[in-house]
Design a protein around this ligand. Structure first.
Ligand SMILES: Nc1ncnc2c1ncn2[C@@H]1O[C@H](COP(=O)(O)OP(=O)(O)OP(=O)(O)O)[C@@H](O)[C@H]1O
Ligand SMILES: [Mg+2]
Length: 461
């Protein structure tokens, strides 16, 4: 994986000094630029963003203190270590007052310099952490397991594990609301080598158009009236990690070319700035709208569309993978039970039938909410039909003569396959008086497959 190295500027009129320092710092895996004159230093600062500046206090064309002041004007972000030949207390005090982070006396030992640089970079890293904390999302950041026994979910898990191994291939996650797009984005981040770095999430529809650009890319002092100082954007804060652009379809056409430029170069330019920052992030986007359609109507740029959909993960609606419903029900039951401090053992067969028959327009999120509500309402240790919302209970429950069992019709008058399978297994099991070997034999499946199905359909005693 490409690593972004700390960017250091050396400002010293002594060429040999510049070269020696460059070598030492490059060995410490830093990216180094040097300037021998104050003017050159300021030029560099206007062109690039640095993490750290080693600044000689005495330069031919400018006083080190004046440069320090100008540096602060351009960018308050980089840390400055002053290098001074006069071990004069007053100079040091003045340097610190002028905003230097540290100082080092000339001549110095290489180790001394290494230590000072290391300390400064650690501070820098820490400051980044603090900034990121302010943007941290309300919901828990830890990795959540992706549940689901459907073949579609197997494919999703497979794709996640393949994609996590790529360094920064863009990913587009498509799916209706509540299908688990954010969950998948998290999984890619936490399974990848970027897991130690932040995942920064930006909902493109939640930020007003006028603000989105500066939120994403940051701004330089003076970019607009309120830009009193330089501010890194959310993408910049994700350095080394993952950027999750939620609801990318809502990004306005004016901003789309800027995102495209970023994805083609991974160079970031703050609003009102002329300096490029080399970024190493993976960009994941998500949408619940048909992007291809928006491309047709011209609302979404074709070139950007092709750039973000290098890898696509499709999350099918819950109604197309009903076999996941019993698993999710069990999982949410346990999880919410812990949160509520209320233990509900299971759901009744009738309630499960209703869950299986419903069309779930709000997908997994809706199921989760329905379970939570039911658990609060439940009187015994089972969730019963009356604990479920009306729209679920409206589905007809009928008797199917052929098996003498209850069948559920969903809207189209058909039963979900999972419901049929469950009923059928139950029927055979009852016929065989609970003998599992016999049941498996009659069904033509192995005992372990039967066991798995019994678990899945919660048919265990
Ligand atoms: N496969 C899954 N396993 C476990 N939990 C899931 C799964 N899919 C979704 N969820 C849960 O469902 C809820 C909704 O998921 P998420 O927020 O990721 O959906 P989304 O597609 O981003 O929705 P929206 O489009 O509304 O933003 C979350 O609580 C999530 O943890
Ligand atoms: Mg979401």
């Amino acid at each position: 994986m490409m690593e972004v190295k700390p960017n250091i500027l050396i400002v010293d009129d002594d060429e040999v000094m510049c070269r020696t320092l460059s070598e030492v710092l490059e060995k410490m895996s830093c990216e180094v630029a040097s300037a021998q004159k104050g003017e050159d230093a300021l030029y560099c600062l206007r062109k690039m963003v640095f993490d750290l500046i080693l600044l000689d206090i005495k330069l031919p064309d400018m006083d080190g203190f004046d440069i320090l002041k100008e540096i602060r004007e351009i960018d308050s972000d980089p840390l400055v270590i002053m290098m001074t030949a006069y071990a004069d207390v007053q100079t040091v005090v003045a340097a610190m007052k002028a905003g230097a982070y540290d100082y080092i006396n000339k001549p110095f030992e290489i180790d001394e310099l290494r230590l000072a640089v290391k300390k400064a970079l650690e501070t820098k890293e820490l400051r980044g952490e603090l900034l990121r904390l302010r943007y941290k999302h309300r919901d828990k950041e830890e990795e959540e397991e992706i549940y689901g026994v459907s073949p579609q979910m197997d494919v999703v898990r497979e794709l996640i594990s393949l994609i996590s191994q790529t360094p920064r291939t863009p990913v587009l996650i498509q799916g209706e609301s509540g299908t688990g797009k954010e969950l998948v984005a998290n999984a890619i981040h936490y399974q990848s080598r970027r897991r130690q770095k932040p995942i920064i999430k930006i909902n493109c529809s939640a930020i007003p158009e006028a603000l989105l650009e500066s939120e994403l890319f940051g701004y330089e002092k003076g970019a607009f009236t309120d830009a009193k100082e330089n501010r890194p954007g959310l993408i910049e804060l994700a350095q080394g990690g993952t950027v999750f652009l939620d609801e990318i379809s809502e990004m306005k056409p004016s901003l789309q070319p800027k995102l495209l430029r970023f994805l083609e170069t991974y160079l970031l330019r703050r609003v009102g700035g002329e300096r490029d920052i080399k970024m190493d992030v993976r960009v994941i986007t998500s949408t619940n709208k048909e992007l291809a359609q928006l491309v047709e109507t011209g609302e979404f740029r074709k070139d950007l569309y092709y750039r973000i959909k290098v890898m696509v993960i499709d999350l099918p609606p819950l109604r197309d993978r009903k076999e996941d419903i019993p698993t999710f029900t069990q999982y949410f039951n346990k999880k919410i039970g812990r949160e509520l401090g209320k233990e509900i053992r299971s759901v009744t067969d009738e309630a499960l039938d209703l869950l299986l028959a419903y069309s779930w327009p709000g997908n997994v999120r809706e199921l989760k909410n329905v379970i939570e509500r039911a658990m609060i309402l439940a009187r015994g240790d089972l969730i019963a039909p009356e604990d479920l919302p009306l729209e679920l209970r409206r589905n007809k429950v009928e008797r199917a003569s052929s098996l003498g069992e209850k069948w559920v019709d969903n809207v189209d008058g058909f039963s979900p396959l999972a419901a049929v399978e469950r009923r059928y297994i139950l029927k055979v099991l009852q016929e065989k008086r609970g003998n599992k070997s016999e049941t498996a034999r009659v069904l033509g499946i192995s005992r372990s497959t039967l066991r798995e199905k019994l678990n899945r359909y919660r048919l265990n005693p």
